[in-house]
Write a protein that binds this ligand. Structure first.
Ligand code: F3S
Length: 106
């Protein structure tokens, strides 16, 4: 599967959603996740993310490993999204900020 990591939080650009051939993204208030049961590992979403937040599971950085389980946990809770929408208002300011996990809304 592919995994959305911390830098999506408070950005939520959603460019990833438009290219997904299987609509496996799930949307929360300020973060998206990938449903690991639906992702076909096509990888087309990776270069679309302005926040570089998406990785193949085997490439998830060491300090982002918790997001593998977090995507699986939140996928059934979040809502299906299949069309891109406007990013969160301060997305550009939050892009690249660290320690954003504390701001994750469920
Ligand atoms: Fe998040 Fe990047 Fe998609 S910021 S919503 S994973 S384009």
């Amino acid at each position: 599967t592919h995994v959305v990591t911390e830098n999506c939080i408070k950005c939520k650009f959603t460019d990833c959603v438009d290219v997904c051939p299987v609509d496996c993204f799930r949307e929360g208030p300020n973060f998206l996740v990938i449903d690991p049961d639906e992702c076909i590992d096509c990888a087309v979403c990776i270069p679309e993310c302005p926040a570089n937040a998406i990785f193949a599971e085997e490439d998830v950085p060491e300090d982002q490993q918790a997001f593998i389980e977090l995507n699986a946990e939140l996928a059934p809770v979040f809502t299906s999204i299949s069309r891109a929408k406007d990013p969160l208002p301060d997305a550009e300011d939050w892009n690249g900020k660290t320690d954003k996990l504390q701001y994750l809304e469920r």
